[in-house]
Design a protein around this ligand. Structure first.
Ligand code: SAH
Ligand code: SF4
Ligand code: F3S
Length: 464
């Protein structure tokens, strides 16, 4: 794809918008940007902040002080959409009392045509709406709004893409770098391919340059992002594969870790697994969403692997690196999931021994294939199954984390822990949460911690 770091600041369009921003904002011109959903959305939110900063805004954490409000939305489950509509409802009063305030909706929900209808009908106070592939159109939409358009919107897919040039990052030591956008997999339950479009890989040269710059600026953790990172490059004529990209990034000099998410089990070949095992900067952890342990459900989900082939991946890693950390996403209550099918998921969770799982009750998404499937499993049954899964995982993880006791692990210190005064937390190469006592000045640096204690979601120890 043609990468164009669009030069907003100098453009005539930006100058026009900046004039309006000055004219119509209260003193200071403050923007509030809130991202819901996954890390890709957070990354887009950081880029939106960059664009807004070039248009003359500063930022506030309090929407009731903002001249411009941005809700960067997620559509993956109904609850995510409800949260956004609830937030809009809460903001209505502020917006009505301050009609000069601009309210903008973007992200995955905004990319669904049905959202525009709903906004027009029930949330008429929204001023700007744009989709995940129309970030580059933000200055133009702002101008249209200032020039009087009622709802300035654009949900087309644009090739122009923002690199990191304008990104305002939350952290000074952890950075995410999207390597591809979109998804081609069409898992039958999932809305993402509809709201993020087809897979588009960014050029390897641009990614490498971005990571080199981040490392030179002191970043210690680089998180490569994509809906399915291991199909990276498939759409580039002479592109690197994901494994080749990882090996290339691993060669960059400096003291930093490389992580990535998410990977799809159907594309996790030995080439990728060997790369993870062999590259010293790549964290010894794989987030590999399995969704469930039943082959019949996996088929209905259109996932293209089986519980057995998933276990082969796990065994391959564990044979070469005992205690290799795996985490997963697991969905309960896919349409017509039977008791037996659910028990297959429990069996898989027991066999794999995940360090961590993210669990979801299936949520019907209109427009997906699963939305048309009939579903005889009741909501109560789904909730009971979820409780059984969580109980099992707590036991598995408590046992699992004991493997670290007595070991000294290298940790990237991330912040103060809720444990109490003087406690910090960080993450190890295996992505385990590690708590220990230490000075705040360690935040953002690497430290060695000897593990003395394990719980079912974290370990703790003493600074070496
Ligand atoms: N691309 C990633 C996942 C992105 S969505 C992957 O394939 O691994 C993150 C997780 O949300 C998914 O792994 C799935 O477990 C969950 N999810 C997606 N659609 C869902 C739905 N309709 N209902 C409930 N959970 C869903
Ligand atoms: Fe959704 Fe499947 Fe694509 Fe992940 S791989 S984003 S679950 S369609
Ligand atoms: Fe949500 Fe969109 Fe991410 S639907 S999970 S924010 S890709």
């Amino acid at each position: 794809m043609n990468i164009k770091a669009w030069d907003i600041k100098e453009s005539e369009l930006a100058q026009q918008v900046r004039k309006y921003v000055k004219m119509y904002s209260r003193k200071g011109a403050f923007a509030y940007v809130h991202s819901f959903g996954c890390q890709l959305n957070v990354s887009d939110g950081e880029k939106i902040k960059g664009i807004l900063s070039a248009l003359g805004f500063k930022f506030t954490e309090d929407y009731a002080k903002a001249d411009l409000i941005f809700l960067n939305t997620c559509a993956v489950r109904e609850s995510a959409e409800d949260t956004v509509y609830g937030t809009l409802g809460n903001m209505k009063k502020y917006k009505m009392e301050n009609p000069g305030v601009i309210l903008a909706l973007c992200g995955c929900m905004a990319s669904e045509p049905k959202t525009i209808e709903k906004i027009r009908e029930h949330y008429y106070f929204v001023d700007i709406l744009f989709g995940t592939s129309a970030l580059s159109q933000l200055p133009r939409l702002m101008l249209e709004h200032y020039e009087g358009k009622k709802l300035a919107y654009d949900i087309k897919e644009y090739k122009e893409e923002f690199g990191a040039d304008y990104q305002i990052r939350e952290s000074s030591f952890k950075a995410s770098v999207p390597i591809m956008f979109g998804c081609n997999n069409f898992c039958t339950y999932c809305i993402v391919p509809y709201v993020r479009g087809r897979e588009r890989s960014r050029s390897a040269d641009v990614i490498i340059r971005e990571v080199e710059e981040l490392v030179a600026n002191g970043y210690k953790e680089i998180m490569l992002l994509g809906q399915n990172v291991n199909s990276y490059g498939n759409d580039l004529p002479d592109g690197m594969s994901f494994s080749q990209l990882l090996r290339r990034l691993n060669e960059i000099e400096g003291d930093f870790w490389i992580r990535f998410m998410s990977s799809h089990p159907k594309d996790a070949g030995t080439d990728l697994l060997d790369t993870i095992l062999e590259c010293d900067k790549v964290g010894k952890h794989l987030h590999l969403p399995v969704q469930c342990g039943s082959n019949s459900v996996l088929k209905r989900m259109n996932r293209h692997y089986t519980a057995e082939s998933y276990l082969e991946i796990v065994n391959y890693l564990r044979e070469r690196s005992a205690g290799f950390a795996l985490s997963s996403d697991i969905m309960v209550g896919f349409p017509n999931e039977t008791e037996k099918e659910f028990e297959d998921t429990l069996k898989l969770v027991e066999q794999v021994k995940f360090d961590n799982i993210f669990t979801f009750i299936y949520s019907k998404r209109n427009g997906t294939a699963a939305a048309k499937m009939n579903d005889a499993t009741t909501d109560t049954e789904k909730r009971v199954r979820m409780d059984r899964l969580l109980k099992l995982q707590r036991e598995v993880a408590a046992e699992n984390y004991k493997r670290f006791i007595g070991k000294t692990v290298h940790v990237l210190v991330e912040g103060e822990s809720k444990q109490g005064a003087g406690w910090l937390f960080g993450k190890s190469s295996a992505y385990t949460i590690v708590e220990f006592r230490g000075d705040r000045s360690l935040i953002g640096t690497f430290a060695d911690v000897k593990i003395t204690d394990a719980r079912n979601w974290a370990v703790s120890g003493e600074l070496v």
